[in-house]
Design a protein around this ligand. Structure first.
Ligand SMILES: CC(=O)N[C@H]1[C@@H](OP(=O)(O)OP(=O)(O)OC[C@H]2O[C@@H](n3ccc(=O)[nH]c3=O)[C@H](O)[C@@H]2O)O[C@H](CO)[C@@H](O)[C@@H]1O
Ligand SMILES: C=C(OP(=O)(O)O)C(=O)O
Length: 429
């Protein structure tokens, strides 16, 4: 087990190159199951979720190679091997194995997914979609059993706008007979990316990126080469760090349109932002930042995945800011840790009320989930003194080469092994 140590309080300057999107990668990799010949995906992030999914494809008989951010998958020999436990519990996106394996084999057994603990994260809309396509779905001892004689296109209205359910139903529907219509679909850029891969494999999908997606089932899908979109959440995290501590930070390989909600908030706060086709330039380090309120919403609203790191930035703003998470009921576990560092934040229901500005001080803190980890790293860079962050298994699910990228901006950040005493303390806390 390791911890990150950050000597904070120093200005940052330079360029950060953004990796491929985690939330696309974790759907694109299972999507390869649907093809009959090899698929290559370029630009994948080097994160633990990607490595775990590669292992799961190998467990079901696939061949997978991952080198230089490119994954080659040969799905020809895959079989519908049950995956009731083990690696599937280490990440959220193992739920995409349900849609992909149901689509290809008409049966699957997949353990309930893991992922960040952010309050209840049901998968009832995924199941509703699979059942509408003709599958029988049962939950037996923590694993979902799916089977179908055949899958037939259907009209599915999602009661909740869900990224996972939208993609999972697309995966199950591309090889179904006839037309599937997903209404009230999620519109996140990652959904368009998955639809682009499936279309290159021969699927017929229209409307991805709008709230009505139409899929005409085809007989079979073939291999292809696909280049992933950049990670808007990783980009947003570095934008936040740049706004807090940057003199001039250039975010390279990004789609600025995907970050309009964050850019608009930065401008409200008085942060200078410029964009071109694939770069965002932040001039941070302003003497005074204005307090702002944010409310997380489905895309193109403010992303819940940036709410936690954004809260660290708000500790530097003058006045009272209110952060409301409408997507998850319990995405505030980082707040206690930020308080340890001197932040003045109260949680009231689904809102965190931040009073600023406060001078953060380095402290020993623990990441409870992926973006809590990003919030604590951002806070560690802002704080005077040394911050130690544990819980790196969460951060490593989503940030490729974190220390290298921050070091290239001039940050002092490094990993150290935890002592036995520290491991005992962590395990008992
Ligand atoms: C691997 C991945 O892509 N993870 C992202 C995905 O998670 P995930 O796909 O799990 O999130 P969803 O969009 O499905 O969830 C949105 C909301 O809908 C609810 N819901 C969802 C499904 C369902 O069947 N029933 C239901 O009630 C959830 O509890 C949540 O309140 O989108 C989230 C919202 O942008 C992001 O925070 C996650 O980073
Ligand atoms: C919540 C997240 O991830 P997951 O859905 O994979 O747990 C995230 O990426 O912020």
């Amino acid at each position: 087990m390791e911890k990150l140590k950050i000597a904070g309080g120093y200005p940052l300057k330079g360029t950060v190159n953004i990796s491929g999107a985690k939330n696309s990668a974790v759907a694109l990799i299972p999507a390869t199951i649907l093809a009959q010949s090899p698929v290559t995906i370029e630009g994948l992030p080097d994160i633990s979720d990607v490595h775990i999914l590669k292992g799961l494809l190998e467990e079901i008989g696939g061949t997978a190679e991952f080198k230089d951010n490119e994954m080659y998958v040969n799905p020809a020999e895959m079989i519908s091997m049950p995956l009731p436990s083990g690696k599937v519990k280490k990440l959220r996106a193992s739920y995409y194995l349900m849609g992909a394996m149901l689509g290809r084999f008409k049966k699957a057994v997949i353990g309930l997914p893991g992922g960040c603990h952010l309050g209840p994260r049901p998968i009832d809309q995924h199941i509703k979609g699979f059942e509408a396509l003709g599958a029988q779905v049962t939950n037996e001892q923590g694993a979902i059993y799916l089977r179908a004689e055949e899958l037939k296109g259907a009209r599915i209205y999602l009661d909740v706008v869900s990224v996972g359910a939208t993609i999972n139903i697309m995966l199950a529907a591309v090889l179904a007979k006839g037309q599937t219509i997903i209404e009230n679909a999620a519109k996140e850029p990652e959904i368009i990316d998955v639809a682009t891969l499936l279309s290159s494999m021969g699927a017929r999908i229209k409307g991805a990126g709008t709230d009505v997606i139409r899929i005409d089932g085809v007989e079979s899908l073939h291999g292809c080469r696909h280049s992933i979109i950049p990670d808007r959440i990783e980009a947003g995290t570095y934008m936040i760090i740049g706004a807090a501590m940057g003199q001039e930070v250039l975010i390279d390989n990004v789609i600025p349109l995907h970050l309009e909600s964050l850019i608009a908030k930065f401008r409200e706060m008085g942060i200078h932002v410029e964009t071109n086709n694939d770069q965002i330039w932040i001039v941070g380090g302003q003497k005074e930042l204005k307090a702002v309120d944010i409310k997380t919403l489905v895309y193109p609203g403010f992303p819940t995945d940036l709410q936690q790191p954004f809260t660290s930035l708000l500790t530097k703003s003058s006045g009272t800011s209110v952060v409301t998470d409408t997507i998850y009921s319990a995405r505030f576990k980082h707040i206690d840790e930020l308080r340890r560092m001197g932040a003045k934040i109260k949680v009231e229901g689904r809102s965190a009320i931040v009073s600023g500005p406060t001078k953060l001080q380095g402290a020993k803190v623990k990441a409870s989930d992926l973006r809590a980890g990003a919030a604590l790293v951002a806070a560690g860079l802002i704080a005077e003194g040394v911050t130690e962050v544990t819980g790196l298994e969460h951060i490593d699910r989503g940030y490729s080469q974190l220390e290298e990228k921050l070091t290239s901006l001039g940050a002092t950040i490094w990993r150290e092994k935890l002592t036995e005493q520290e491991i005992e303390q962590l395990q008992s806390s």
